[in-house]
Design a protein around this ligand. Structure first.
Ligand code: 4NP
Length: 157
């Protein structure tokens, strides 16, 4: 099993979107038995909460159902369990790097490393912005999900 963990600050906007989109892509590819997907936040501020309603609605328009997800905080054991630990922005990357034991640091990446064609490094935080912020998150997440699946196929399958 290849295990993927998406991480943002609150685990209510960006990383739940990434979890929902990437899981759908994995299902469509018939790879649900070999790739597992989860998400978490570097903060526990929204622990137990469902994804932001604006994000759920934007995702639903594209056919992704995020409603069953609940926010959780990254825990120490995640660095043992997961093969890919993927932050949305450089703050997530720095926070994960400082939390991770040295041998696990190489598992940490930034999601848009898998979508160099976007020309962007970070998935911007849509929490304090308008509706279109969530559409932009979806565009970036869909692009990076394709690249991530290719990376997993090339390196693990
Ligand atoms: P996320 O967005 O990291 O994409 O889930 C945020 C959600 C909540 C907060 C910040 C970012 N907050 O400050 O509560």
């Amino acid at each position: 099993m290849v295990k993927v963990l998406f991480v943002c600050l609150g685990n209510i906007c960006r990383s739940p979107t990434a979890e929902g989109v990437f899981r759908a892509m994995v299902e469509d590819a018939g790879l649900s038995d070999v790739i597992s997907v989860d998400s978490a936040g570097t903060s526990g501020w929204h622990k137990g909460d469902p994804p932001d309603l604006r994000g759920q609605q934007a995702a639903a328009k594209r056919g992704y159902d995020l409603s069953a997800q609940r926010s959780r905080k990254v825990v120490a054991g995640d660095f043992d369990v997961f093969d890919y630990i993927i932050g949305m922005d450089s703050r997530n990357f720095a926070d994960l790097s400082s939390m991770a034991p040295e041998p696990a640091r190489g598992k940490i990446s930034m999601f848009l490393q898998f979508a160099p064609e976007t020309g962007q490094r970070e998935v911007p935080d849509p929490y304090y912005g308008g509706e279109d912020g969530f559409g932009e998150v979806l565009n970036l997440v869909e692009a990076a999900s394709k690249g991530l699946l290719e990376d997993i196929r090339a390196r693990h399958l």
